[in-house]
Design a protein around this ligand. Structure first.
Ligand SMILES: [Zn+2]
Length: 510
């Protein structure tokens, strides 16, 4: 007898429909699987056969063929175990074959019949909906994630026995569908708070402006000055996630198998990869391609501590996502596009020992300092809208102060600036000041005559590159937005220019 069950292959971040067909016929007893299968998919034969035996369903001593189509899509992972088991049960006449119509399944089967979680369930259920399926059976641990897709019945299956029960009596199974919890907004509670940072007013202000316009931020200063402390608190002043953003992030985490059981991601990501990370791990890759750190940081923060220690190749991979908000990876089996809409926060010491320009402590030779700073290329530096020096806190500032502004209060200001940008750019393909093109700068950041003079002087005196010049205006736009002002004024420009003084100081052309 022949039967067919719908499933999906997940390649990169996308799910593709796969039909799992089983046929049992007379002939020499054998189990044959075909359809461009990775080794672990072939091994499904043993897992499913043993699992069926363990729930007291003897495997027929006949000729069994399982085909996964279409043949041109590579099938990887253990997610086909569940549909293979269902297709076999239908071909054996234990499940009514018509009950598998319009049902999609994915999940790994353990030898004892337990169903184990798999990656990529969110995109799988989304695809099922597009294909007109009405019901999805997924591992229990993945059910909440699948239920995030509206208007789709998603039932979590814990064991092969449950699968059997639900397929024989589908109404019973659909009745157990996971109910999607209503979107209550992103989470805004954190274990850290800006209130805990004494002094460092410059760095705190830079963090606030960076968050308000999603600008990239570079902090430079000696070890222990508090750069990491500031960076770790950046997510606490970003506005909460929208449902759309949460779905985008959840798809990435689902593809990487990093989702927790609660389903949708509620917090903005904060990713801090070590400086020894490879270019592939940053960009995405692996034998079966998966998104990398730039995508795991999407809609959140990518923090690179010890920036000059990252390999040139790794830093090079940041270029495209920083400009386009996505990363494209070309491989022999195709081209993959992953979201990578992150805010880059970087930190570095000013020299190898960390104490330059304090000559009483820094033992580095001028050439060494030059080489160390030179590891951060000019184009990279130009992409940092704000560059701020973080110096050690002096003694008076060591004691915790009550008047330190807390994250909630800063976040409310940032939310105000985001609202100004949303209103201004509602018909534009971008959302934030940091994303403005030169043409858009001319349109949305007009300068008065006094303001133009300030910029003209700065352009010549500071020898700004054209890119740096545009970055100053974009930053000034954000500072004006933080104050709720439609017009960019001189003081906004001057403050924005101040955030270029650190890179002028350390990387001054010689
Ligand atoms: Zn030094």
């Amino acid at each position: 007898m022949f039967s067919s069950v719908m499933s999906a292959a997940v390649l990169g971040m996308e799910a593709y429909p796969v039909q799992v067909e089983a046929d049992i016929s007379d002939g020499m007893p054998m189990f044959c699987m075909v359809g461009d299968l990775a080794p672990e998919v072939r091994e499904a034969a043993d897992r499913v056969r043993t699992a069926l035996r363990n729930i007291k369903i003897p495997f027929p001593p006949r000729r069994v063929t399982v085909n996964l189509s279409p043949a041109h899509i590579r099938k990887i992972g253990t997610r086909f175990d569940l549909p293979i088991a269902a297709a076999l049960l239908a071909a054996m006449g234990i499940i009514p074959p018509e009950h598998t119509d319009g049902v999609l399944m994915a999940g790994e089967v353990g030898l004892n019949g337990r169903i184990r979680p798999v990656n990529g369930i969110l995109q799988t259920v989304m695809m099922a909906k597009d294909q007109g399926c009405t019901w999805c059976l997924v591992p229990k641990e993945n059910a909440r994630e699948g239920a995030a897709v509206p208007e789709m019945a998603v039932t979590g299956v814990g064991t092969l026995g449950e699968l059997l029960e639900y397929m024989i009596n589908p109404e019973n199974g659909k009745g157990k569908a996971e109910r999607a919890s209503a979107w209550e907004g992103g989470r805004k509670t954190y274990t850290v708070d800006f209130r805990e940072i004494n002094g460092q007013e410059g760095a705190k202000r830079a963090a606030q402006i960076a968050a308000a316009g999603m600008h990239n931020l570079l902090m430079i200063g000696s070890p222990g000055a508090g750069k990491t402390m500031v960076a770790r608190r950046m997510p606490t002043i970003l506005p909460g996630l929208t449902m759309q953003e949460s779905l985008e992030i959840t798809r990435v985490y689902s593809a990487c198998g990093l989702l927790e059981e609660e389903g949708l991601v509620k917090n903005r990501p904060f990713r801090a990869p070590h400086h020894t990370i490879s270019a592939n791990a940053l960009a995405g890759g692996g034998r079966y391609i998966q998104p990398g750190e730039v995508s795991l940081a999407t809609r959140g923060i990518l923090f690179l501590d010890e920036l000059p220690e990252f390999s040139r190749r790794a830093l090079e991979t940041l270029r495209q996502p920083m400009e386009e908000g996505v990363i494209q990876i070309s491989r022999t089996d195709g081209k993959y596009v992953f979201p990578a809409h992150f805010q880059l926060v970087a930190a570095m010491n000013p020299c190898k020992c960390g104490y330059y320009p304090d000559r009483s402590r820094c033992r580095c030779l001028p050439g060494e300092i030059h080489r160390y700073l030179g590891r951060v290329s000019r184009p990279m530096l130009d992409r940092m809208d704000l560059c701020t020096e973080v110096s050690r806190v002096d003694y008076q500032n060591l004691v915790w102060k009550k008047e330190n502004e807390d994250s909630r209060s800063i976040r409310m200001k940032v939310e105000g600036a985001w609202k100004m940008q949303q209103a201004r750019y509602q018909n534009c393909p971008w959302q934030f000041n940091s994303q403005l093109s030169p043409a858009a700068i001319a349109e949305f950041c007009p300068l008065g005559s006094g303001e133009s003079r300030v910029m003209e002087t700065a352009f010549e005196k500071l020898e700004l590159s054209v890119r740096a010049y545009h970055r100053v205006i974009k930053t000034a736009r954000t500072i004006a937005d933080l104050e709720g002002e439609e017009r960019i004024r001189e003081e906004h420009l001057l403050e924005a220019l101040g955030f270029r003084s650190a890179d002028q100081k350390f990387w001054s052309p010689e």
